[in-house]
Design a protein around this ligand. Structure first.
Ligand SMILES: NC(=O)c1ccc[n+]([C@@H]2O[C@H](COP(=O)([O-])OP(=O)(O)OC[C@H]3O[C@@H](n4cnc5c(N)ncnc54)[C@H](OP(=O)(O)O)[C@@H]3O)[C@@H](O)[C@H]2O)c1
Length: 375
Protein backbone atom coordinates (compact mmCIF):
# COMPACT_ATOMS: atom_id res chain seq x y z
CA UNK A 1 0.00 0.00 0.00
CA UNK A 2 1.37 3.39 -0.91
CA UNK A 3 0.71 6.12 1.57
CA UNK A 4 2.06 9.60 1.44
CA UNK A 5 4.57 10.33 4.13
CA UNK A 6 2.68 13.45 5.11
CA UNK A 7 -0.48 11.43 5.65
CA UNK A 8 1.50 8.96 7.68
CA UNK A 9 3.03 11.64 9.83
CA UNK A 10 -0.43 13.11 10.44
CA UNK A 11 -1.53 9.72 11.71
CA UNK A 12 1.46 9.62 14.02
CA UNK A 13 1.52 12.99 15.74
CA UNK A 14 4.69 12.14 17.64
CA UNK A 15 6.62 11.81 14.37
CA UNK A 16 6.59 14.90 12.17
CA UNK A 17 7.44 14.65 8.47
CA UNK A 18 10.72 16.49 8.98
CA UNK A 19 11.65 14.44 12.03
CA UNK A 20 10.97 11.26 10.11
CA UNK A 21 13.01 12.41 7.14
CA UNK A 22 15.85 13.49 9.36
CA UNK A 23 15.85 10.07 11.03
CA UNK A 24 16.04 8.22 7.73
CA UNK A 25 18.75 10.63 6.63
CA UNK A 26 17.23 11.89 3.43
CA UNK A 27 16.35 15.49 4.22
CA UNK A 28 17.79 18.61 5.70
CA UNK A 29 14.57 20.37 6.64
CA UNK A 30 16.01 23.70 7.75
CA UNK A 31 18.13 24.11 4.63
CA UNK A 32 15.19 22.99 2.57
CA UNK A 33 12.95 25.75 3.86
CA UNK A 34 15.61 28.50 3.75
CA UNK A 35 16.77 27.69 0.20
CA UNK A 36 13.39 26.67 -1.13
CA UNK A 37 13.73 28.90 -4.18
CA UNK A 38 17.32 28.10 -5.19
CA UNK A 39 18.04 24.56 -4.09
CA UNK A 40 18.25 21.70 -6.56
CA UNK A 41 15.70 19.13 -5.40
CA UNK A 42 15.24 15.45 -6.15
CA UNK A 43 11.90 14.16 -7.41
CA UNK A 44 9.66 12.58 -4.76
CA UNK A 45 10.72 9.02 -4.03
CA UNK A 46 8.64 5.90 -3.55
CA UNK A 47 10.35 3.85 -0.84
CA UNK A 48 10.13 0.67 1.20
CA UNK A 49 10.50 1.89 4.76
CA UNK A 50 10.53 0.20 8.17
CA UNK A 51 10.21 2.19 11.35
CA UNK A 52 10.78 -0.63 13.78
CA UNK A 53 12.68 -3.89 13.66
CA UNK A 54 10.77 -7.12 13.32
CA UNK A 55 9.55 -9.66 10.77
CA UNK A 56 10.06 -7.92 7.41
CA UNK A 57 6.65 -8.90 6.06
CA UNK A 58 4.96 -7.10 8.94
CA UNK A 59 7.18 -4.06 9.49
CA UNK A 60 7.93 -2.77 5.98
CA UNK A 61 5.63 -0.51 4.03
CA UNK A 62 5.70 1.55 0.87
CA UNK A 63 5.62 5.30 1.39
CA UNK A 64 6.14 8.33 -0.79
CA UNK A 65 8.97 10.51 0.42
CA UNK A 66 8.93 14.19 -0.55
CA UNK A 67 11.78 15.74 -2.60
CA UNK A 68 15.10 16.30 -0.80
CA UNK A 69 17.82 18.80 -1.54
CA UNK A 70 20.65 17.72 -3.84
CA UNK A 71 23.55 19.53 -2.17
CA UNK A 72 26.64 20.68 -4.06
CA UNK A 73 28.52 17.37 -3.62
CA UNK A 74 25.47 15.14 -3.97
CA UNK A 75 24.36 12.93 -6.81
CA UNK A 76 20.67 12.11 -7.28
CA UNK A 77 20.23 8.66 -8.77
CA UNK A 78 17.11 7.15 -10.30
CA UNK A 79 17.26 3.54 -9.18
CA UNK A 80 16.93 0.84 -11.82
CA UNK A 81 17.31 -2.40 -9.84
CA UNK A 82 18.13 -3.66 -6.34
CA UNK A 83 18.19 -7.16 -4.84
CA UNK A 84 16.72 -8.57 -1.63
CA UNK A 85 19.65 -10.28 0.11
CA UNK A 86 19.58 -12.32 3.34
CA UNK A 87 21.48 -9.51 5.09
CA UNK A 88 18.77 -7.00 4.07
CA UNK A 89 16.27 -9.24 5.84
CA UNK A 90 18.56 -9.47 8.91
CA UNK A 91 18.92 -5.68 9.01
CA UNK A 92 15.15 -5.25 9.07
CA UNK A 93 14.85 -7.96 11.74
CA UNK A 94 17.37 -5.99 13.79
CA UNK A 95 19.78 -8.93 14.09
CA UNK A 96 22.52 -7.71 11.74
CA UNK A 97 25.51 -6.25 13.62
CA UNK A 98 25.62 -3.11 11.45
CA UNK A 99 22.30 -1.55 10.56
CA UNK A 100 20.89 1.94 10.00
CA UNK A 101 18.87 3.55 12.78
CA UNK A 102 15.12 3.25 12.30
CA UNK A 103 13.08 4.55 10.57
CA UNK A 104 15.10 3.43 7.55
CA UNK A 105 14.68 2.70 3.87
CA UNK A 106 15.49 -0.95 3.11
CA UNK A 107 18.06 -2.30 0.66
CA UNK A 108 21.85 -2.08 0.58
CA UNK A 109 23.07 -2.55 -2.98
CA UNK A 110 21.64 -1.77 -6.39
CA UNK A 111 22.17 0.11 -9.63
CA UNK A 112 20.77 3.36 -10.94
CA UNK A 113 21.15 6.15 -13.43
CA UNK A 114 22.35 9.61 -12.50
CA UNK A 115 19.36 11.94 -12.60
CA UNK A 116 20.95 15.19 -11.43
CA UNK A 117 24.18 16.34 -9.81
CA UNK A 118 25.11 19.06 -7.33
CA UNK A 119 27.05 22.11 -8.51
CA UNK A 120 30.47 20.80 -7.34
CA UNK A 121 30.15 17.35 -8.93
CA UNK A 122 32.45 16.92 -11.93
CA UNK A 123 32.86 13.15 -12.23
CA UNK A 124 29.24 12.25 -12.89
CA UNK A 125 26.70 13.46 -15.41
CA UNK A 126 23.02 12.72 -15.88
CA UNK A 127 22.61 9.39 -17.62
CA UNK A 128 25.70 7.74 -16.09
CA UNK A 129 25.10 4.23 -14.76
CA UNK A 130 26.23 3.94 -11.11
CA UNK A 131 26.28 1.60 -8.13
CA UNK A 132 26.85 2.51 -4.49
CA UNK A 133 30.33 1.20 -3.62
CA UNK A 134 30.77 0.26 -0.90
CA UNK A 135 27.08 -0.57 -0.72
CA UNK A 136 25.02 1.80 1.30
CA UNK A 137 21.64 1.60 3.01
CA UNK A 138 18.45 2.77 1.33
CA UNK A 139 18.45 1.33 -2.20
CA UNK A 140 14.80 0.21 -2.13
CA UNK A 141 13.49 3.53 -3.37
CA UNK A 142 13.01 5.20 -6.71
CA UNK A 143 15.43 8.13 -6.13
CA UNK A 144 18.48 8.05 -3.90
CA UNK A 145 20.47 11.17 -3.04
CA UNK A 146 23.94 10.54 -1.67
CA UNK A 147 27.32 12.24 -1.65
CA UNK A 148 29.37 11.72 -4.85
CA UNK A 149 32.02 9.60 -3.10
CA UNK A 150 29.41 6.87 -2.60
CA UNK A 151 28.97 6.20 -6.32
CA UNK A 152 30.98 4.03 -8.70
CA UNK A 153 30.46 4.34 -12.45
CA UNK A 154 29.67 1.11 -14.30
CA UNK A 155 29.49 0.13 -17.94
CA UNK A 156 26.01 0.41 -19.45
CA UNK A 157 26.62 -2.83 -21.36
CA UNK A 158 26.46 -4.84 -18.15
CA UNK A 159 22.87 -6.07 -17.59
CA UNK A 160 21.25 -4.09 -14.77
CA UNK A 161 20.46 -7.17 -12.67
CA UNK A 162 24.18 -8.02 -12.55
CA UNK A 163 25.29 -4.46 -11.87
CA UNK A 164 22.70 -4.34 -9.07
CA UNK A 165 23.99 -7.50 -7.40
CA UNK A 166 27.71 -7.50 -8.11
CA UNK A 167 29.09 -6.55 -4.71
CA UNK A 168 27.49 -8.33 -1.75
CA UNK A 169 27.63 -11.89 -3.08
CA UNK A 170 30.04 -12.12 -6.06
CA UNK A 171 32.70 -10.03 -4.30
CA UNK A 172 32.39 -12.26 -1.23
CA UNK A 173 32.92 -15.33 -3.42
CA UNK A 174 35.92 -13.76 -5.14
CA UNK A 175 37.65 -12.66 -1.94
CA UNK A 176 37.09 -15.97 -0.18
CA UNK A 177 38.45 -17.89 -3.14
CA UNK A 178 41.46 -15.69 -3.88
CA UNK A 179 42.56 -14.27 -0.54
CA UNK A 180 42.25 -16.90 2.17
CA UNK A 181 44.81 -19.51 1.15
CA UNK A 182 46.83 -19.94 -2.02
CA UNK A 183 45.07 -22.34 -4.37
CA UNK A 184 46.62 -23.70 -7.55
CA UNK A 185 45.09 -25.13 -10.67
CA UNK A 186 43.99 -28.70 -9.94
CA UNK A 187 43.20 -27.98 -6.26
CA UNK A 188 39.66 -28.45 -5.00
CA UNK A 189 37.25 -26.50 -2.80
CA UNK A 190 34.10 -27.78 -1.10
CA UNK A 191 31.07 -25.71 -0.20
CA UNK A 192 27.53 -26.00 1.12
CA UNK A 193 24.67 -23.65 0.18
CA UNK A 194 25.93 -24.05 -3.38
CA UNK A 195 22.65 -22.82 -4.89
CA UNK A 196 23.11 -19.40 -3.28
CA UNK A 197 24.48 -16.57 -5.40
CA UNK A 198 27.75 -16.78 -3.49
CA UNK A 199 27.79 -20.53 -4.18
CA UNK A 200 27.08 -20.13 -7.89
CA UNK A 201 29.85 -17.54 -8.14
CA UNK A 202 32.33 -19.79 -6.32
CA UNK A 203 31.61 -22.58 -8.83
CA UNK A 204 32.34 -20.31 -11.80
CA UNK A 205 35.27 -18.38 -10.38
CA UNK A 206 36.86 -21.66 -9.30
CA UNK A 207 36.46 -23.10 -12.78
CA UNK A 208 38.03 -20.00 -14.33
CA UNK A 209 41.07 -20.66 -12.11
CA UNK A 210 41.25 -24.38 -12.91
CA UNK A 211 40.05 -25.22 -9.39
CA UNK A 212 37.55 -28.06 -8.87
CA UNK A 213 34.39 -27.47 -6.86
CA UNK A 214 32.57 -30.02 -4.73
CA UNK A 215 29.12 -28.75 -3.92
CA UNK A 216 26.58 -29.65 -1.25
CA UNK A 217 22.93 -28.66 -1.52
CA UNK A 218 20.04 -29.40 0.78
CA UNK A 219 17.43 -32.07 0.08
CA UNK A 220 14.36 -30.31 -1.22
CA UNK A 221 11.83 -30.25 -4.03
CA UNK A 222 13.73 -29.40 -7.20
CA UNK A 223 17.13 -30.62 -6.00
CA UNK A 224 17.71 -32.50 -9.29
CA UNK A 225 17.16 -29.28 -11.24
CA UNK A 226 19.48 -27.45 -8.86
CA UNK A 227 22.18 -30.07 -9.46
CA UNK A 228 21.81 -29.70 -13.19
CA UNK A 229 21.96 -25.92 -12.95
CA UNK A 230 25.20 -26.09 -10.92
CA UNK A 231 26.75 -28.63 -13.28
CA UNK A 232 25.99 -26.33 -16.21
CA UNK A 233 27.80 -23.54 -14.37
CA UNK A 234 30.88 -25.76 -14.06
CA UNK A 235 30.43 -27.68 -10.79
CA UNK A 236 32.56 -30.84 -10.73
CA UNK A 237 30.45 -32.66 -8.16
CA UNK A 238 27.10 -31.84 -6.59
CA UNK A 239 25.65 -33.84 -3.68
CA UNK A 240 22.53 -33.49 -1.63
CA UNK A 241 23.16 -33.77 2.11
CA UNK A 242 21.42 -37.16 2.25
CA UNK A 243 23.76 -38.55 -0.43
CA UNK A 244 26.63 -37.84 1.92
CA UNK A 245 25.22 -40.06 4.61
CA UNK A 246 28.03 -42.56 3.98
CA UNK A 247 30.94 -43.76 6.09
CA UNK A 248 33.66 -42.21 3.98
CA UNK A 249 32.59 -39.16 1.95
CA UNK A 250 36.01 -39.00 0.32
CA UNK A 251 35.24 -42.19 -1.55
CA UNK A 252 32.85 -40.01 -3.58
CA UNK A 253 35.63 -37.73 -4.80
CA UNK A 254 36.69 -40.03 -7.64
CA UNK A 255 39.74 -38.44 -9.22
CA UNK A 256 39.33 -35.00 -7.60
CA UNK A 257 41.94 -33.86 -5.12
CA UNK A 258 40.93 -33.60 -1.45
CA UNK A 259 39.83 -30.02 -0.86
CA UNK A 260 42.11 -27.69 1.06
CA UNK A 261 39.44 -25.03 1.50
CA UNK A 262 35.77 -25.25 2.42
CA UNK A 263 33.00 -22.65 2.54
CA UNK A 264 30.07 -22.84 4.91
CA UNK A 265 26.99 -20.61 4.78
CA UNK A 266 24.55 -23.06 6.37
CA UNK A 267 25.84 -24.44 9.69
CA UNK A 268 24.58 -27.56 11.50
CA UNK A 269 25.04 -30.93 9.78
CA UNK A 270 25.77 -29.22 6.46
CA UNK A 271 28.89 -27.60 7.97
CA UNK A 272 30.00 -30.97 9.36
CA UNK A 273 29.80 -32.39 5.84
CA UNK A 274 32.10 -29.65 4.53
CA UNK A 275 34.57 -30.53 7.30
CA UNK A 276 34.45 -34.22 6.42
CA UNK A 277 35.65 -33.48 2.89
CA UNK A 278 38.62 -31.33 3.96
CA UNK A 279 42.11 -32.70 3.66
CA UNK A 280 44.67 -32.75 6.47
CA UNK A 281 45.37 -29.17 7.49
CA UNK A 282 42.34 -27.86 5.57
CA UNK A 283 40.49 -24.61 6.37
CA UNK A 284 36.75 -24.02 6.58
CA UNK A 285 35.48 -20.46 6.20
CA UNK A 286 32.08 -19.71 7.69
CA UNK A 287 30.36 -16.74 6.06
CA UNK A 288 26.65 -17.37 6.65
CA UNK A 289 24.25 -19.31 8.85
CA UNK A 290 21.17 -20.03 6.76
CA UNK A 291 20.00 -22.97 8.93
CA UNK A 292 20.49 -20.88 12.09
CA UNK A 293 22.25 -23.93 13.58
CA UNK A 294 25.72 -23.75 15.12
CA UNK A 295 28.90 -25.18 13.66
CA UNK A 296 30.16 -28.15 15.67
CA UNK A 297 33.54 -29.78 15.19
CA UNK A 298 34.66 -33.05 16.67
CA UNK A 299 37.69 -32.98 18.90
CA UNK A 300 39.33 -35.66 16.76
CA UNK A 301 38.90 -33.60 13.59
CA UNK A 302 40.66 -30.69 15.23
CA UNK A 303 43.50 -32.83 16.54
CA UNK A 304 44.07 -35.48 13.92
CA UNK A 305 43.09 -33.47 10.81
CA UNK A 306 44.65 -30.21 12.06
CA UNK A 307 41.69 -28.28 10.71
CA UNK A 308 41.45 -24.50 10.86
CA UNK A 309 38.16 -22.66 11.16
CA UNK A 310 37.72 -19.01 10.37
CA UNK A 311 35.06 -16.51 9.40
CA UNK A 312 34.68 -13.98 6.61
CA UNK A 313 32.66 -10.76 6.65
CA UNK A 314 32.60 -8.62 3.53
CA UNK A 315 31.53 -5.56 5.51
CA UNK A 316 34.83 -5.59 7.39
CA UNK A 317 36.80 -5.87 4.15
CA UNK A 318 34.80 -3.04 2.59
CA UNK A 319 35.34 -0.89 5.66
CA UNK A 320 39.11 -1.15 5.40
CA UNK A 321 41.11 1.32 3.35
CA UNK A 322 40.88 -0.55 0.05
CA UNK A 323 38.99 1.77 -2.29
CA UNK A 324 41.28 1.16 -5.29
CA UNK A 325 41.38 -2.57 -4.72
CA UNK A 326 37.60 -2.61 -4.30
CA UNK A 327 37.03 -0.82 -7.59
CA UNK A 328 39.45 -3.14 -9.42
CA UNK A 329 37.78 -6.29 -8.16
CA UNK A 330 34.27 -5.00 -8.81
CA UNK A 331 35.22 -4.02 -12.35
CA UNK A 332 36.69 -7.51 -12.88
CA UNK A 333 33.42 -9.13 -11.74
CA UNK A 334 31.36 -6.73 -13.88
CA UNK A 335 33.47 -7.57 -16.91
CA UNK A 336 32.90 -11.29 -16.32
CA UNK A 337 29.16 -10.68 -16.03
CA UNK A 338 29.17 -8.59 -19.21
CA UNK A 339 31.00 -11.35 -21.09
CA UNK A 340 28.57 -13.98 -19.78
CA UNK A 341 31.33 -15.73 -17.81
CA UNK A 342 29.59 -15.06 -14.51
CA UNK A 343 25.91 -15.92 -14.34
CA UNK A 344 23.48 -16.68 -11.57
CA UNK A 345 19.79 -17.26 -11.21
CA UNK A 346 17.70 -14.16 -10.57
CA UNK A 347 14.07 -13.21 -10.87
CA UNK A 348 13.24 -9.62 -11.77
CA UNK A 349 10.16 -8.28 -9.99
CA UNK A 350 8.57 -4.83 -10.56
CA UNK A 351 8.77 -2.54 -7.52
CA UNK A 352 4.97 -2.43 -7.26
CA UNK A 353 5.08 -6.17 -6.49
CA UNK A 354 7.64 -5.71 -3.72
CA UNK A 355 5.58 -7.68 -1.21
CA UNK A 356 5.51 -10.72 -3.51
CA UNK A 357 9.29 -10.54 -3.97
CA UNK A 358 9.73 -10.19 -0.21
CA UNK A 359 7.62 -13.29 0.47
CA UNK A 360 9.73 -15.22 -2.05
CA UNK A 361 12.98 -13.94 -0.53
CA UNK A 362 11.71 -14.99 2.91
CA UNK A 363 11.30 -18.54 1.60
CA UNK A 364 7.53 -18.56 2.14
CA UNK A 365 7.01 -20.06 -1.31
CA UNK A 366 9.85 -22.59 -1.14
CA UNK A 367 13.24 -22.18 -2.79
CA UNK A 368 13.28 -19.25 -5.19
CA UNK A 369 15.89 -17.50 -7.30
CA UNK A 370 17.39 -14.26 -6.01
CA UNK A 371 14.70 -11.59 -6.07
CA UNK A 372 15.77 -8.40 -7.85
CA UNK A 373 13.44 -5.41 -7.73
CA UNK A 374 13.18 -3.31 -10.88
CA UNK A 375 12.05 0.30 -10.62
N1 LIG B 1 29.83 -12.95 5.42
C1 LIG B 1 29.61 -12.14 4.40
O1 LIG B 1 30.28 -11.13 4.22
C2 LIG B 1 28.51 -12.49 3.44
C3 LIG B 1 28.40 -11.81 2.23
C4 LIG B 1 27.39 -12.20 1.33
C5 LIG B 1 26.51 -13.22 1.70
N2 LIG B 1 26.64 -13.79 2.92
C6 LIG B 1 25.78 -14.89 3.34
O2 LIG B 1 25.87 -15.87 2.34
C7 LIG B 1 24.70 -16.65 2.34
C8 LIG B 1 24.18 -16.76 0.93
O3 LIG B 1 23.74 -15.47 0.48
P1 LIG B 1 23.12 -15.30 -0.99
O4 LIG B 1 22.55 -13.94 -1.10
O5 LIG B 1 24.14 -15.76 -1.96
O6 LIG B 1 21.96 -16.40 -0.89
P2 LIG B 1 20.69 -16.52 -1.84
O7 LIG B 1 21.10 -16.43 -3.24
O8 LIG B 1 19.64 -15.61 -1.32
O9 LIG B 1 20.26 -18.04 -1.55
C9 LIG B 1 19.89 -18.50 -0.28
C10 LIG B 1 20.62 -19.80 -0.04
O10 LIG B 1 20.37 -20.25 1.27
C11 LIG B 1 19.86 -21.59 1.21
N3 LIG B 1 18.93 -21.73 2.32
C12 LIG B 1 17.86 -20.97 2.58
N4 LIG B 1 17.28 -21.36 3.73
C13 LIG B 1 18.01 -22.42 4.19
C14 LIG B 1 17.92 -23.27 5.33
N5 LIG B 1 16.96 -23.11 6.25
N6 LIG B 1 18.83 -24.25 5.46
C15 LIG B 1 19.80 -24.41 4.55
N7 LIG B 1 19.95 -23.63 3.46
C16 LIG B 1 19.05 -22.64 3.28
C17 LIG B 1 19.19 -21.69 -0.14
O11 LIG B 1 19.09 -23.03 -0.52
P3 LIG B 1 17.95 -23.54 -1.53
O12 LIG B 1 18.40 -23.23 -2.92
O13 LIG B 1 17.90 -24.98 -1.26
O14 LIG B 1 16.69 -22.81 -1.17
C18 LIG B 1 20.19 -20.90 -0.99
O15 LIG B 1 21.31 -21.69 -1.27
C19 LIG B 1 23.74 -15.99 3.31
O16 LIG B 1 23.85 -16.63 4.56
C20 LIG B 1 24.31 -14.59 3.40
O17 LIG B 1 23.96 -13.95 4.60
C21 LIG B 1 27.62 -13.46 3.78
Amino acid sequence: MVRSLAARALNEPSLSVFKFLRRIGTARPQLQSVRAFSALMSPPSKAVVYDQHGPPDSVVRMVELPPVEVKENDVCVRMLAAPINPSDINRIEGVYPVRPPVPAVGGYEGVGEVYSVGSAVKEFSPGDRVIPSPPSSGTWQTYVVKEQGVWHKVDKDCPIEYAATIIVNPLTALLMLDDIITLNSGDSVVQNGATSIVGQCIVQLAQLRGINSINIIRDRVGSDDAKEMLKKLGADEVFTESQLNVKNVKSLLNSLSEPALGFNCVGGNSASLVLKFLRLGGTMVTYGGMSKKPVTVSTSAFIFKELSLRGFWLQKWLGSDKATERGRRIDYLLSLAKEGKLRYEMELVPFDNFNVALDRALGKLGSQPKQVITF
